[in-house]
Design a protein around this ligand. Structure first.
Ligand SMILES: CC[C@@H](C(=O)O)C(=O)SCCNC(=O)CCNC(=O)[C@H](O)C(C)(C)COP(=O)(O)OP(=O)(O)OC[C@H]1O[C@@H](n2cnc3c(N)ncnc32)[C@H](O)[C@@H]1OP(=O)(O)O
Ligand SMILES: [Co+2]
Length: 135
């Protein structure tokens, strides 16, 4: 089951500048900065009510964020939903014909297992599923 709009992922060129901008815009400091080696990204998270803003900067030419920003301007990169059972949702979406970008959940930022749905099968939006890793 989809339970929450977990975060909006924003691709940025300059993480420090974007962090300062969003600190001013939201009137609150970020609660976390995290490097995710598996995705070759640096992230900064802001809490906004029950959802989050995730700023993302690529850390290598192979990063999905670096490739995205080579073609498009800064802005919304993906929409992430919290799910209660990521494997069950992956199986359900696959059965419905959505194209999943990973066969197994992988380690994301902020203590999550994640899976991506190809934007070509989701009306032009890159969708991320997230499930909190139990303590
Ligand atoms: C920090 C970890 C995690 C978290 O915990 O929150 C993250 O958020 S990591 C975020 C970064 N990681 C990812 O995005 C992984 C999943 N993404 C991918 O696998 C790829 O980026 C992609 C979506 C498969 C695209 O890669 P590729 O096919 O190599 O790129 P192209 O430039 O050739 O694009 C093909 C096609 O798709 C369109 N596209 C690409 N990215 C997006 C996007 N973010 N939103 C919407 N559309 C997108 C692109 O425009 C191309 O379209 P056409 O030009 O019409 O063919
Ligand atoms: Co994300």
């Amino acid at each position: 089951m989809f339970t929450n709009l977990e975060h909006l992922g924003l691709a940025v060129n300059d993480l420090e500048a974007a962090t300062a901008l969003y600190t001013t815009l939201l009137g609150a400091a970020p609660y976390k900065k995290e490097h995710v080696a598996g995705e070759a990204v640096d992230t900064v998270f802001f809490q906004v009510g029950g959802s989050k803003i995730e700023l993302l900067a690529g850390t290598s030419p192979d990063s999905a964020i670096t490739k995205f920003l080579a073609k498009k301007p800064e802005g919304i990169h993906h929409v992430a939903f919290e799910v209660d059972d990521i494997r069950a949702e992956m199986a359900r979406l696959k059965g419905e014909g959505f194209v999943l970008l990973n066969d197994e959940p992988k380690r994301g930022a902020d203590n999550k297992l994640v899976c991506f749905v190809h934007p070509k099968s989701a009306a032009g939006v890159l969708v991320e599923l997230c499930q909190t890793i139990p303590a």
